[in-house]
Design a protein around this ligand. Structure first.
Ligand code: PMP
Length: 309
């Protein structure tokens, strides 16, 4: 394909993708204050609908991120939700798609100290989603020397572009050392999260994940996974987690919109159990997949249906 969809949503209207331009001075400095979301629409198992997963919750987090970053969003969650659905329909996806709403200060910005009153543009981009991650092989993770941004430097609860420089440096360090992904500790040196996903471990059948006060992004997959795990009968603990607990874990997995449920097979070079995805991870991954494809209708409040034209 041409590498881009036909339409992009920009500040209230659908615009042909090539025409959604800005002046070069509208990028760079403005990104200091920009926030975004990552949302997935799944092709239902029946092949007749796209199912947007937890659209309202993602848009609520976009509004929270904007508030934390002192940006004022000119659209409500309901308006952006309707726009996202329309965008999926006009672009005619018949496969999984990724939605990327983001907001940034409008116009020519030549300084980083973007005022809170700055008018904001909101854009929703989209593209076909094909995961490059191998869920069977899992991934090798390692604790990073970079600490996760703390409440006393930048709000970790915001999905702000600026925060991603933190995860990016950690990711590069992990790759340079022969691992796939970093695990970041927080300023108290407790386990926080990965570079683009939250994390949980299993020991003796109990699922443990760092609490929201551990410097994590309030992950929607994290919340979904904890709900599913409780439904499957596994005890779940949200609390501070020590690095040694990772080393003693029977299972470790990442949780994120793009990553879904990704098993961790080595941590700091130590093999997690026998180095293959464990039973809790598999059970969760299966339940998550059925939910995404519309084969489990126990959470209708999480699904926005887009009929295929
Ligand atoms: N942490 C970070 C830093 C992320 O970028 C993401 C992906 N949005 C997550 C956690 C997981 O969040 P979610 O499950 O809502 O995608």
């Amino acid at each position: 394909g041409t590498g881009h969809p036909e339409w992009i949503w920009r500040s209230g209207e659908l615009v042909p993708w090539e025409q959604a331009a800005v002046h070069v001075n509208a990028v760079g400095h403005a990104s200091v204050a920009a926030v975004f979301e990552g949302i997935k629409a799944y092709l239902a198992a029946d092949g007749r609908r796209l199912l947007v997963f937890r659209l309202e919750d993602h848009l609520r987090r976009l509004a929270d991120s904007a508030r934390l970053c002192r940006l004022s969003l000119p659209y409500s969650g309901a308006e952006l939700g309707a726009a996202a659905v329309e965008l999926l329909a006009v672009n005619g996806y018949r496969e999984d798609a990724y939605l990327r709403p983001w907001a940034f200060p409008r116009g020519i910005i030549r300084e980083q100290m973007v005022p809170a009153e700055a008018a904001c543009e909101v854009v929703i981009d989209s593209w076909p989603f094909r995961s490059a991650l191998d869920k069977e092989r899992g991934c090798r993770a390692a604790v990073s020397s970079w600490l996760r941004v703390s409440e006393s430097s930048m709000p970790p609860r915001a999905k702000a572009f600026s925060n991603y420089h933190n995860g990016r440096l950690a990711m590069m360090e992990a790759r340079e050392n022969g691992h796939d992904w970093p695990v970041m500790l927080n300023e108290r040196h407790k386990v926080s999260e990965g570079a683009g996903a939250c994390l949980a471990l299993v020991r003796d059948g109990v699922v443990v994940t760092p609490s929201l006060g551990s410097g994590v992004l309030p992950g929607i997959t994290r919340d979904t996974a904890l709900t599913l795990l409780r439904g499957l009968g596994f005890p779940v603990e949200e609390r501070e987690v020590d690095r040694s607990e990772l080393h003693l874990a029977d299972e470790i997995f990442f949780m994120g919109t793009a990553w879904e449920i990704l098993p961790v097979t080595t941590i700091d070079g130590l093999t997690v159990d026998d180095g293959t995805p464990g039973p809790v991870t598999r059970a969760l991954s299966g339940a998550y997949g059925r939910l995404m494809r519309g084969e489990d209708d126990t959470h209708p409040e999480w699904i926005t249906e887009v009929p295929l034209s």
